[in-house]
Each structure stands twice: as structure tokens, then as C-alpha cells.
Design a protein around this ligand. Structure first.
Ligand code: OAD
Length: 231
């Protein structure tokens, strides 16, 4: 019998219980302590590259110190029973370290750097990036992150939409669904697809008329319940 397929669409909340901050929560959200326009735009990079590098160097150190939590692990474990694809807005590598094998990073990856003159020149990056760290063509290295005002890779969006359109179950975890165009991807599920949303807070979403089963729990609690129901 053909295995069923599950797409997990994840955001910062799936890594919250690993100790990584989300972006938009009232007290601890990263965007309460930094202005997006200072650290996460092409203009910020032109104006003050050191500040941008410092911001992502700190994020990388925090990511390295964090460990995948049980939610990441259960998502990876489900590969033994289902065809699983993770579509994530997160730039951390916790899904990889938990053992997931098919991951689409819509917003880039902290553990990679790239050339500023040739976006195809991408490097593994486990340590800080400094001013004057150069790519093989001699240009400054930057974080491999999609900043506000930059385009997501079309091929990644297309691939993510294709998986969402074909899946039997789509599970949204830990995202406020506020950032376009990523937030539109789950709305491509078909009528036959079971749509589940795991978040401890209420999320206003534009999933249209689609029926959504909400598990108002943290990522770990929600994934434990889902796992029991799926296996
Ligand atoms: P947000 O910070 O906007 O939303 C985080 C979501 O996680 C919220 O809905 C929280 O309620 C939920 N949450 C908090 N704790 C949780 C927990 N323990 N378990 C499960 N959920 C929890 O983060 P994203 O939606 O991921 O982009 O943000 C999207 C994009 O905006 C990010 O990829 C980033 C940011 O600016 C870029 O930097 C390009």
C-alpha cells in the first residue's frame, strides 16, 4: 500500500522549546529587541554590515548551543511510517540535527554563508562571519538568509507548494503565518488533506474555507498527541 504523505510547515515556535526565541511574541520576540530594518534588510547590510553580521553571528552561536527538542524528533521519527517533508521558515538546523531527511528552508540557513556578488556561491558556515571574509571571487561573505525585501527562491516555493498539494496531512507548527509569501503555502492543500495547526496561542490565518483542526499546545505537547494518533 502506498504510504501516506505528511508536510510539516514550521516556524519559530517549533524551536522555542529548544530555547531559541520566536520573532513576534510580546515579551521575548526577537523583533522587540531589534528593528527589522537595522538587521534584516539589504539596506541594513549596505549601511552597517558589522551590525548585521553581529546579529547573525549571535543567532548562529545560539543555534549551535541549542538542541533539537522532542517535536523535531517526533517529526523525524514519522519518516519510518510516512513520506515526510518539512517546509520551514526557520533558519536553524534543528530539523536536520533531529534526523529529518527532506527539508525545504524557505528563508535560508544560518549554517551557510554566501557570496555577495554570486548568490550561487554558498558555503558551509559554522563560525562567525567577519568583515573582509571573502568568497572565492573576492567579495564579502554574507549570511545565507532571505532578508525582508529580497525574493525567496522560486524553485523552493514551487517545490513546497507541490508537496503541499499532494500531501494527505499538513501540520502547521509554531508560526504566526504573518510573513508573505511563505504564509500562503499551506493554503494550497486540497480538500482531501487533513489540516492541523499546533500553536499554544491563537493564530489568525487565511486558510480560507479549509477545515483546520487546532491543537492549542506547544510544539512538543501537540506533536506527542499527534504522534499517538498517527501511529
Ligand atoms: P513568529 O515569531 O511570527 O511566530 C511564532 C509562533 O510560534 C507564534 O504563533 C507563537 O504563538 C508560536 N509559539 C510560541 N511558543 C511556541 C511553542 N513552544 N510551541 C509552538 N509554537 C509556539 O515566527 P514565524 O511565524 O516563524 O523571517 O516568523 C516568520 C518569519 O518572520 C521568520 O522566518 C523570520 C521572521 O521575520 C526572516 O527573518 C526572513
Amino acid at each position: 500500500m502506498k504510504r501516506k504523505s505528511i508536510v510539516f510547515f514550521t516556524g519559530a515556535g517549533v524551536s522555542a522549546e529548544s530555547g531559541l526565541q520566536t520573532f513576534r511574541e510580546s515579551k521575548d520576540g526577537l523583533w522587540n529587541n531589534y528593528k527589522i530594518e537595522d538587521v534584516c534588510t539589504p539596506q541594513a547590510w549596505l549601511k552597517n554590515p558589522s551590525l548585521v553580521l553581529d546579529f547573525y553571528n549571535l543567532r548562529r552561536e545560539q543555534c549551535k548551543a541549542a538542541k533539537p527538542n522532542k517535536a523535531h524528533e517526533l517529526i523525524a521519527l514519522l519518516e519510518q511510517f510516512y513520506n515526510v517533508v518539512v517546509v520551514t521558515q526557520n533558519v536553524d538546523d534543528l530539523h536536520e540535527r533531529a534526523g529529518s531527511s527532506k527539508i525545504i528552508h524557505l528563508h535560508g540557513e544560518l549554517m551557510k554563508s554566501r557570496s555577495t556578488i554570486d548568490s550561487k556561491l554558498i558555503y558551509k558556515c559554522t563560525e562567525s562571519i567577519h568583515l573582509n571574509d571573502k568568497c572565492q571571487k573576492g567579495s564579502q561573505l554574507r549570511p545565507h538568509i532571505v532578508w525582508f525585501g529580497e525574493m525567496l527562491e522560486d524553485s523552493k516555493i514551487d517545490e513546497a507548494i507541490r508537496y503541499v498539494m499532494e500531501c494527505d496531512i499538513c501540520v502547521i507548527i509554531g508560526t504566526s503565518l504573518q510573513v508573505y509569501p511563505a504564509n500562503e503555502i499551506p493554503s494550497y492543500v486540497t480538500e482531501k488533506c487533513q489540516l492541523i495547526l499546533i500553536d499554544p496561542n491563537s493564530v489568525s490565518h487565511s486558510l480560507g474555507s479549509k477545515r483546520v483542526k487546532v491543537l492549542q499546545q506547544t510544539a512538543i505537547g501537540g506533536m506527542e498527541e499527534l504522534f499517538r494518533n498517527l501511529i
